[in-house]
Design a protein around this ligand. Structure first.
Ligand code: PEP
Ligand code: MG
Length: 760
């Protein structure tokens, strides 16, 4: 039927197949989008729409148009009680009016055609005559699980009345819509009694890579949307047409239809909890429908799906909103009086008012956009660090707490200035250049208002054979980290998560609150694992020196050490205090059991192969199958670089250079002491020899060899590492792009050189 004809006849009912996106003024946004989905071949559940024209006919026939609109015209929507009163009256007026008999008959006939006594969803789909594309989503009502003609007519009538709910009237008034020109259509759609349902991202929701990610659980999709169940996840590579990863979660409950009452939550039996929701064939079909939607709408989509009696249904398709394509623009300052200088530890420029922070109590004075100046940050300052425009410290180097956390928050930082806390004064306006390591007097650049840091470009610079991974410390940075397109997480430092709790693990043990601790750890790690589906995430076991624990609740009992850097930390402490180690392992164990096989464990500060063997024994004693999970070590102490072959014999699956410590222990240079900062040299020949030799051994045994120390974020070092044959490089979030580029260039140069040698 042509548009012209349809308009002439002002249809009361339109079926989805008859609708195109041009019909939006007849069927509203919801109706038009369902119609469009059906028209491109997506299996949308059967539906018809009671058109906006039918609604207008109803108003006219009942003679209530003027009564309604004249009241609405005069309303002051900021007067809440007047708004409520008029809304209630208007809804009553609509509900009291009789639906024309021929319209009621048409709706009943359409319902009959739908299949007689089908259970339907009745959804409002509002539209403005003058701006048909305006969205009123969520302002009007939806009624689920409607069965029978009488209830259907009642639900349609209620949808109409909901156009005059207080919230909807308020919204339209504020948006400048004239109620005389706002109409409502009603979509009546067969409800799918989903046996399984979920969502599908047609491309990676963060990085935009061409892989489809499907989440699914038993029953209705609400279980996933409401977050009441951890869904299965399936990763489908659209290039190879294969399921490349699947994560089968324990799905304890399902939300299922409950007749007229709506829905109910049921517990699933243990076998069903753990069984996969989707077959590979279903994943493939869903990904195929996703691709149809993505190609049609010309952007990656977030698709809701359901499966009932073996049939796939597509319920909704919306553009994914989290993919961002523009890299952060770099701001620089070039002039102004320099007040203090140090190391540029986190790039960007921030201007604002100085707030000197001696300890956590002073952080109460920190406001959004201030400049936090302190001797050295510690974990209890992280909430304040989130607010500020820049951070400046007296102490520390590129690998100190302030540097690591600032980089992840995307906040400019200058560290190791030696004297910022004595030179800078409270309230003084300054500008911090985190690239150059300089603090200027006054506002010398148009610094950006502090916003959550933008995601980096989603298009990987190049595919490299050497993996380029990313370091993460704060779970909140996981999305930004994934948006770099990194090939995984080469270091997840969990101590930032634990230190942020402000209570030592020992406190949790003494206060019998172990479960709380395990949950915190579990949740934080899971956030990162979820952002890196299909990619490995190496979680490092706790590595906090005793002095960092001391300020926390429970920290009173921490031993006083002369040199905490070389003291009771890392794996040696976990081996000495298995009760503390066990809590961490419990969190890992739960994640493995839920199917997060991308979780690998990395042990810090290992100095003897026996420590690795002992650690494995402990894991086994707590039920971990150490042959199945991925275990590796950090090379932070020269002894572990020298003994790497023995570690390999004892079963490590990977080794990663922690150059922050490796440099300080090889050269006897305190990494946080600004007095010797100029001698802290990751490219010292002794350090390079240790690294190069260990890479050689790992290569001989085909063991993955990586780097997660700060040196891996230095392009010069990255070039050298690729030449040595390193398998992966894990860089800071802000450095992933440039390291990827360096790695790509180096690999190409090496290939070219080899080809030239061959041809010579
Ligand atoms: C390292 O030592 O290089 C490392 C990555 O660990 P951290 O900086 O946490 O000591
Ligand atoms: Mg270290």
């Amino acid at each position: 039927m042509s548009m012209e004809l349809r308009r002439e006849k002002a249809p009361d009912i339109l079926w989805l197949e008859e609708i195109t996106k041009e019909d939006i003024s007849l069927v509203g946004g919801k109706g038009a989008s369902l119609g469009e989905m059906a028209s491109i071949g997506l299996p949308v559940p059967k539906a018809f729409v009671v058109t906006a024209q039918a609604f207008r006919r109803f108003l006219r026939a009942a003679g209530i148009e003027e009564k309604l609109f004249s009241k609405l015209e005069k309303i002051d929507v900021d007067d809440t009680s007047a708004l409520e009163e008029i809304a209630t009256m208007s809804k009553k007026t609509v509900m009291a009016a009789k639906m024309p008999k021929d319209l009621a008959d048409a709706i009943k006939a359409a319902y009959e055609e739908l299949g007689g006594d089908k259970v339907v969803a009745v959804r409002s789909s509002a539209t403005a005559e003058d701006l048909p594309t305006a969205s009123f989503a969520g302002q009007q009502e939806t009624y689920l699980n409607i069965r029978g003609k009488k209830d259907l007519l009642e639900a349609v009538h209620r949808c109409w009345a909901s156009l005059y709910g207080a919230r909807a009237i308020y919204y339209r008034a504020k948006q400048g819509f004239d109620d005389r020109h706002v109409n409502i259509a009603v979509v009546v759609q067969e409800m799918i009694e989903a046996e399984k349902a979920g969502v599908l991202f047609t491309s990676h929701p963060v990085t935009g890579e061409p892989i489809s990610i499907i989440e699914g659980s038993w029953g209705l999709g609400e279980a996933i949307v409401s977050g009441s169940v951890s869904p299965d996840k399936y990763v489908y590579d659209r290039h190879s047409g294969r399921v490349v990863d699947r994560l089968i979660a324990t799905k304890k409950i399902a939300i299922v239809p409950d007749g007229m009452k709506g829905t109910k939550t049921v517990e699933l039996d243990p076998e069903r909890q753990r069984s996969p929701v989707l077959t590979d064939e279903e994943v493939k079909k869903l990904a195929h429908y996703g691709q149809i939607a993505e190609e049609h709408y010309e952007s990656p989509q977030d698709v809701e799906w359901a499966i009932a009696k073996g049939e796939i249904y597509i319920l909704q398709s919306r553009p994914i909103t989290t993919i961002k394509g523009t890299p952060e623009t770099k701001k620089e300052v070039s002039e102004g009086k320099i007040l203090v200088q140090g190391q540029g530890a986190s790039p960007g420029v921030g201007s604002g008012r100085v707030v000197l922070v001696r300890d956590v109590k002073d952080t109460a004075a920190v406001r959004e956009g201030d400049i936090l100046v302190t001797k050295m940050t510690n974990p209890d300052m992280v909430p304040a660090m989130r607010k500020v425009a820049a951070i400046v410290t007296d102490e520390g180097g590129m690998t100190c707490h302030a540097a690591i956390v600032s980089r992840e928050l995307g906040t400019p930082a200058v560290v190791g200035t030696k004297n910022a806390t004595s030179i800078l004064k409270n309230g003084q306006q300054v500008t911090v250049d985190g690239e150059k390591g300089v603090v200027y007097d006054g506002i010398v650049a148009q610094a950006a208002k502090k916003e959550s840091p933008p995601l980096q470009s989603v298009i990987p610079v190049a595919i490299t054979a050497t993996l380029v991974k990313v370091n993460v410390s704060l779970p909140e940075a996981a999305q930004r980290a994934a948006a770099t397109g990194a090939d995984g997480v080469g270091l997840l430092r969990i101590e930032h998560l634990i230190l942020g709790l402000n209570r030592t693990p020992q406190w949790y043990i003494q206060n019998r609150k172990e479960e709380e601790f395990i949950q915190e750890l579990y949740r934080g790690i899971k956030t990162v694992l979820d952002a890196f589906i299909g990619k490995s995430v190496w979680v490092r076991t706790l590595d906090a020196p005793t002095d960092e624990f001391r300020n926390m609740q429970g920290g009173e009992d921490e031993p006083l050490e002369h040199n905490p850097m070389m003291g009771w930390r890392g794996i040696r402490r976990d081996i000495h205090t298995p009760e503390q180690f066990r809590l961490q392992v419990e969190a890992f164990h739960r994640l493995w059991k839920e199917g997060y096989h991308n979780l690998g464990l990395m042990f810090p500060m290992v100095n003897h192969p026996d420590e690795f063997s002992r650690t494995k024994e402990l894991l086994r004693s707590w039920g971990v199958d150490t042959e199945k999970v991925t275990l590796g070590i950090m090379i932070e102490i020269p002894s572990s670089a020298i003994l790497i072959e023995e570690f390999i014999r004892r079963g490590i699956k990977f080794a990663s250079f922690g150059t922050n410590d490796l440099v300080q222990y090889t050269l006897a240079i305190d990494r946080n002491n600004p007095l010797v900062a100029d001698m802290y040299d990751p490219r010292h020949p002794a350090v390079l020899k240790l690294i190069s030799d260990a890479i050689g051994v790992c290569r001989r045994y085909s063991v993955e060899c990586s780097i997660c120390g700060q040196a891996g974020s230095d392009p010069k070092m990255a070039e050298w590492l690729v030449e040595q044959g390193i398998s992966s490089i894990s860089a800071n979030i802000d450095a992933v792009g440039k390291i990827r580029e360096t790695v790509a260039r180096t690999e190409q140069r090496l290939i070219l050189e080899m080809a030239r040698r061959k041809n010579a």
